[in-house]
Design a binder for this molecule. Structure first.
Ligand SMILES: Nc1ncnc2c1ncn2[C@@H]1O[C@H](COP(=O)(O)OP(=O)(O)OP(=O)(O)O)[C@@H](O)[C@H]1O
Ligand SMILES: [Mg+2]
Length: 149
């Protein structure tokens, strides 16, 4: 599988990475965000939202499970599956995953792994220290990884 691994050293760089995703990743892509509590998953979604010219404040959707942003350049769907751990996840989320005209970004994706498409773009955020992070990007669709290089 195609991997692209790099380090970032600040929230600003995470935001820049989000802008790049917003510009380069094609519609219909499902982005699965792996990483511990506080890794920076929501921070990255905020960067993508900015890149899509979404003016609403992106908050952790933990209490909504899903939030749909329709007022930017293209739709952004933000899912946080944290609260779906150990419960039946057949709650209709599949309708929003891989939304044709936009991007879907999913925190805690392993809790809804059965709903993810084969060509999901995985982003694993690890090596968490005060402000630096390791980013590992991979997908069965190598073109999704290539465009971010
Ligand atoms: N380089 C960085 N990238 C992202 N966040 C960073 C970075 N450095 C510091 N932070 C801080 O780490 C925290 C990341 O929080 P965030 O809510 O994005 O994490 P999360 O992965 O969504 O966690 P959760 O699983 O609880 O939803 C923020 O307080 C952010 O300011
Ligand atoms: Mg979060």
């Amino acid at each position: 599988m195609e991997h692209y691994i790099f380090d970032i050293f600040s929230c600003d760089q995470m935001n820049e990475f989000g802008l790049k995703i917003a510009k380069k990743i094609p519609n219909g892509t499902v982005i699965a965000l792996l990483g511990d509590l506080g890794a920076g998953k929501t921070t990255l979604v905020r960067g993508v939202a900015r890149g899509l010219n979404i003016n609403e404040v992106v908050q952790s959707p933990t209490f909504n499970i899903m939030k749909l942003y329709l007022k930017g350049d293209r739709p952004l769907i933000h899912i946080d599956a944290y609260r779906l751990a150990d419960i039946n996840n057949d709650i209709g989320l599949d309708e929003y995953i891989g939304y044709e005209t936009g991007l879907t970004m999913i925190e805690w994706p392993l809790y809804i792994e059965n709903l993810l498409p084969e060509n999901t773009l995985w982003i694993n955020i690890s090596s968490i220290s005060e402000t630096s992070r390791k980013i590992d990007i991979y997908s069965l669709d190598p073109s999704l990884v290539e465009v971010l290089k």
